[in-house]
Structures are given as structure tokens and as C-alpha cells.
Unconditional design. Structure first.
Length: 161
């Protein structure tokens, strides 16, 4: 049946299939990214003495409840007073040359720091963990240059910015 299709129809059919495959690939990338972030959060929040590889059942069951967990504030008791504690994630930054993208990321990071009252000495380390690709390479080079010049590590958020 496909042999009776014209060249344009075959091309159209191929483009449609390609678009469907691209959509599936994008969906799988998002799922993988979400799972990787969940695993990273769980790994960082687990004490080193009790780290274990999660089974497939644990990953699947935590994946289903994870979305609900993020939407719901956690209650933390401090003495008699009960407060709400929201899980807030600092976004990753890859270091593209778009200044608007950088400023948007920087403003988001600042808002997270203000919301969570992150002390200045922790801000540099937290942001350094979220730098990826070009931004991570840039930060590594900054640290190396400071060591070569005999300067101490950048510890203040103001200097890092």
C-alpha cells in the first residue's frame, strides 16, 4: 500500500513519524531527569552510614508519591511550635551566553536563598553544586586561578556573583 504513495505523501508520513519519535524522546528525557533529581535528593539527604541502592520497587513506589510530596508542605515540630517547611530546589545553570537567562537564574537563586535564610558561607557551595557544563568549567577555572595567585577560596556569595 505504501508503494502507491507519492513522494510527497511518503515524506509527510516520515516527518509525522519523526515528530512522534521526537515527542517520545523528549518525554523520556524529562522522566529520566526527574528520576535522576529524585535519586540525587535522596542520596544527599541520606546519612552515609545507611546508604543503599534502592530496589526497582522502591524507585517505582517513591516516584508515584514523590510528585504529591513536593506539592504538599512538610510539617516540622520545633519544641511546641509547629512550622511549615517547603522543599525548594536551586535550579541548575549550564552557562550559556544569554544574559537574560543568567539574570533570571540568578534572581531565582537569590529568592530561594532569601526564602530559606541560607547563610552566606553556604551559598557558594550550594551554587557550585548546581553549575553544569560551561558554568562548571568556568567555576573550576576561577578556583584554579585564585590558588595560583595565592588567594583563598571565594567564600562569599557577593564575590562569586
Amino acid at each position: 500500500m505504501s508503494s502507491s504513495l507519492s513522494l510527497e505523501e511518503k515524506l509527510e508520513e516520515a516527518l509525522t513519524l519523526n515528530a512522534e519519535k521526537d515527542a517520545q524522546l523528549e518525554y523520556l528525557r524529562k522522566q529520566l531527569d526527574r528520576t535522576m533529581k529524585m535519586n540525587r535528593r535522596e542520596f544527599l539527604s541520606t546519612p552515609t552510614s545507611s546508604i543503599h541502592e534502592p530496589s526497582e520497587e522502591e524507585v517505582e513506589s517513591s516516584h508515584d508519591s514523590h510528585e504529591e510530596e513536593e506539592m504538599r508542605p512538610r510539617r516540622r515540630e520545633q519544641g511546641r511550635q509547629q512550622t511549615l517547611d517547603f522543599r525548594v530546589e536551586i535550579p541548575e545553570f549550564e552557562g550559556h551566553l544569554n544574559p537574560d537567562e543568567f539574570l533570571d537564574w540568578l534572581n531565582t537563586v537569590e529568592r530561594v536563598f532569601n526564602l530559606k535564610d541560607v547563610p552566606d558561607d553556604k551559598r557558594v557551595k550550594l551554587v557550585a553544586l548546581k553549575l553544569r557544563k560551561y558554568a562548571s568549567i568556568w567555576w573550576s577555572n576561577v578556583e584554579v586561578k585564585r590558588v595560583r595567585k595565592g588567594k583563598e577560596k571565594a567564600r562569599s556569595w557577593r564575590k562569586m556573583k
